[in-house]
Write a protein that binds this ligand. Structure first.
Ligand SMILES: CC(C)(COP(=O)(O)OP(=O)(O)OC[C@H]1O[C@@H](n2cnc3c(N)ncnc32)[C@H](O)[C@@H]1OP(=O)(O)O)[C@@H](O)C(=O)NCCC(=O)NCCS
Length: 126
């Protein structure tokens, strides 16, 4: 099974200067370009592409003086593409094969197969 998978999907590649915290799940055949920050409880599905400098977050109202009462990372589903420098707010789901444009700030769930751009990210026709 594993050998069959390897034939169909390339290995996961992580480029330099990424910060990947504990409790991050990364699938197979993923490409993570340089300088991404993946905070705890982020889930990256198979075949996801993260452009350079993508930032995930996991606390909506962070405070310097109080411990967060839980970390709600984002889920990026199979085959989704996240453009360079995009920021994904906590507890967001980016649906399978969706595309997030470069520089987007994603504040709401992104439907599968859709494309969103801008701040706040909005769907465009493609
Ligand atoms: C999101 C993306 C895939 C859209 O590509 P596309 O479907 O060919 O869209 P278009 O270039 O035709 O643009 C459609 C509209 O969205 C706007 N748009 C496109 N990308 C945008 C972005 N990242 N942020 C804000 N607006 C964007 C365009 O200005 C255009 O607006 P208009 O209709 O008012 O003129 C592409 O622009 C993008 O951001 N790709 C990611 C690139 C990247 O980060 N690569 C990483 C590896 S180097």
């Amino acid at each position: 099974m594993r050998e069959d998978f390897k034939k169909r999907f390339p290995d996961t590649i992580i480029h330099p200067n990424c910060t990947i915290y504990e409790w991050v799940t990364i699938g197979r055949g993923v490409k993570i370009q340089a300088g991404c920050i993946l905070v705890p409880n982020t889930v990256i599905g198979d075949l996801v592409f993260l452009g350079p400098g993508v930032i995930t977050t996991n606390v909506k109202y962070p405070k310097a003086y109080k411990k967060a009462d839980g970390f709600r990372g984002c889920r990026i589903e199979v085959g989704a593409v996240i453009g360079a420098g995009a920021i994904i707010l906590p507890d967001i789901t980016i649906g399978e094969f969706a595309v997030v444009g470069a520089g987007a700030v994603v504040t709401k769930d992104v439907p599968a197969y859709s494309t969103v751009v801008g701040n706040p990210a909005k769907e465009i026709d493609r």
